[in-house]
Design a protein around this ligand. Structure first.
Ligand code: SF4
Length: 445
C-alpha cells in the first residue's frame, strides 16, 4: 500500500479530560502523520502512539496543517476516536461463498451494505472472521512482525476440496499449511465452521474438528477454540444455489455428533474446544447447556453461550438494582427475536414482580429476511413495524441496540429509530446490554 493511498485519519470524537482534549483537538481534525510515519490503520496508530514523545502532523477541518508536539507516558492514550479503523481502505473479499450474508440482502440498498470485507485488521481489532485467502506476502509479514494475534478464521473445512467448494476459490485449499504457519510463529486463531448441510457436515465436520484439535496444544494453542455455527439463509438468496437450511433433525444430529467430540476433547485437551452456537439448540428445541459449560466464553461474539451469559448477567444485575416498587407506574414493550422468547420468559416475570412496572415481551420473527426463527440482532425496522403496529405498546419500546448498526440509529433495512417511533407513535429507547435495559425500566422521570 503506497503512502499516497493512505487518507488522513479523521477524528470523530475527542474524549473529555483526555490528552487530546487538553491539546485542543476537535472532531473533524485529521491526523496525517505521527513522528513522520503515515498510519495505515488503527493498529499503526496505536503502535506509533506508544512513544513518549509524539510529533503529530494534523489537518484541521478548514484544511490548514498544524504540527503538534506531545510528551506523555508510553501507555497514555490520546483519547481520540476515528471515523474508520482503516485509513487506507478496506481489504475486500475474493471468495464467492454461496451462504454469504452480503449476497443474501435485498437489492437496491446503499452501496456500503454490499461491501464484503475480509480484512485481517478488522479481525484483530474487532473479532470479525476472515478467510486468509486474500493476503499478500507483505500482509502475512505484517501479521508476524506486529504479532496480530488472535485472529478469527473461517475454516469451514480443513479438506482442501471441500473448502474450495464452499468458498468458490482455488486459493482456499491451503488452510492446514496456514495453520502450520501460525503455529511456527506462536500466533493464535479462533476458528469457525459454518455448517452447510450436505457439504461440510457429517464425516467432513468430524474430520475438520479433529484436524483443528491437533493445533490445540501447548501453552499457546494455535487454534484456541472453534465455533460450529449453522448456515444462515434468507429469502433473498438465489434459488438455484446448493444450500439447504439446517432442519430440526440436522440440528439434533450435529448436536449429538459434536457433543461426543466435546467429551473427547475435554479428556484430551482439558477444554471443550469446539463449541456449538446457541442457534443449534434453538433449532432443535433443546435446552441450552448450563452456564458452567462455557469456560471463559471464547466464542461469545459468535453466538456461543450468549443467551446463557445474558441470563446470568441479568440475574446478577437484577439482584443489585431492581427495586421492590416504582414510584410512578410504567409500562414497556421489550422487543426481541422469537429465538429467545422461551429463555427470556423468567426475566420478564422477574421484572414484572417490581410493583408498578409492567414489561411485555414482544418476540418477533423476521418476515424481511424470511426466517422462522429469528435472533434479535437480525430484526429490521420493517419487522418491528409489522409486528407491533396497532398494539398497545405502553410508555416506550425497549430496543436492544444489537438491531442497530454500530454507532447508528439505523436498522439493517435502513429504517431509522426516529422513523419507526413516529410510525408506531411511541418513544423508542435503544438499550445496550442488561444494565441499560434495567436502568431504562426503573428510571423515574
Ligand atoms: S468470505 Fe465472507 S464476505 Fe467473502 S463471500 Fe464468503 S461469506 Fe461473503
Amino acid at each position: 500500500m503506497s503512502e499516497t493511498s493512505i487518507r488522513p485519519a479523521v477524528i470523530t470524537r475527542v474524549l473529555p479530560h483526555s490528552i487530546a482534549a487538553e491539546v485542543g483537538f476537535e472532531p473533524g481534525d485529521a491526523i496525517v502523520a505521527i513522528n513522520g510515519m503515515h498510519p495505515r490503520d488503527l493498529i499503526d496508530y496505536q503502535f506509533l502512539c506508544a512513544d513518549e514523545v509524539l510529533e503529530l502532523k494534523v489537518l484541521d477541518a478548514r484544511g490548514k496543517t498544524h504540527v503538534v508536539e506531545i510528551e506523555k507516558d508510553y501507555d497514555d492514550d490520546l483519547g481520540l476516536e476515528f471515523e474508520t479503523a482503516l485509513f487506507d481502505g478496506l481489504i475486500q473479499c475474493n471468495n464467492r461463498c454461496p451462504f454469504c450474508f452480503i449476497d443474501q440482502q435485498p437489492p437496491g440498498k446503499r452501496q456500503s451494505l454490499y461491501l464484503k470485507d475480509d480484512d485481517y485488521r478488522l479481525s484483530f481489532l474487532y473479532g470479525s472472521y476472515l478467510t486468509l485467502t486474500n493476503l499478500t506476502p507483505k500482509e502475512w509479514n505484517r501479521i508476524e512482525q506486529m504479532r496480530l494475534s488472535p485472529l478469527y478464521v473461517s475454516v469451514h473445512s480443513t479438506e482442501p476440496d471441500v473448502r474450495r467448494q464452499l468458498l468458490k476459490n482455488q486459493r482456499a485449499g491451503q488452510i492446514l499449511e496456514q495453520l502450520q504457519w501460525f503455529e511456527e510463529r506462536r500466533l493464535q486463531i479462533h476458528a469457525q465452521v459454518v455448517v452447510c448441510p450436505g457439504i461440510n457436515d457429517g464425516v467432513h465436520l468430524e474430520r475438520t474438528l479433529l484436524d483443528l484439535a491437533k493445533f490445540h496444544k501447548g501453552e499457546v494453542p494455535t487454534v484456541a477454540s472453534v465455533a460450529v455455527v449453522p448456515v444462515g439463509l434468507t429469502r433473498f438468496r438465489p434459488t438455484e444455489d446448493e444450500l439447504v437450511p439446517a432442519s430440526r433433525e440436522k440440528a439434533e444430529e450435529v448436536i449429538d455428533q459434536v457433543q461426543v467430540l466435546q467429551e473427547k476433547f475435554r479428556q484430551q485437551l482439558q477444554s471443550t474446544f469446539a463449541w456449538l452456537a446457541d442457534e443449534w439448540f434453538l433449532i432443535a428445541r433443546q435446552e441450552l447447556p448450563p452456564e458452567s459449560h462455557y469456560e471463559d466464553y471464547p466464542q461469545i461474539g459468535n453466538g456461543v453461550g450468549s443467551i446463557r451469559q445474558f441470563l446470568k448477567q441479568f440475574q446478577d444485575f437484577a439482584a443489585q438494582k431492581l427495586p421492590s416498587r416504582l414510584e410512578t407506574p410504567r409500562t414497556f414493550t421489550w422487543v426481541v427475536g422469537n429465538a429467545v422468547e422461551k429463555a427470556f420468559e423468567p426475566l420478564v416475570q422477574q421484572l414484572n414482580r417490581v410493583k408498578g412496572l409492567v414489561v411485555r415481551l414482544a418476540a418477533l420473527r423476521s418476515d424481511y429476511w424470511g426466517q422462522e426463527i429469528t435472533v434479535t440482532g437480525l430484526l429490521t425496522g420493517q419487522d418491528l413495524l409489522a409486528g407491533l403496529q396497532e398494539q398497545e405498546l405502553g410508555d416506550a419500546i425497549l430496543l436492544p441496540s444489537v438491531m442497530l448498526k454500530h454507532g447508528d440509529t439505523r436498522f439493517l433495512d435502513d429504517k431509522t429509530v426516529e422513523e419507526l417511533s413516529r410510525q408506531l407513535k411511541v418513544p423508542i429507547l435503544p438499550v445496550n446490554g442488561i444494565e441499560e435495559l434495567i436502568e431504562a425500566c426503573i428510571k423515574q422521570s
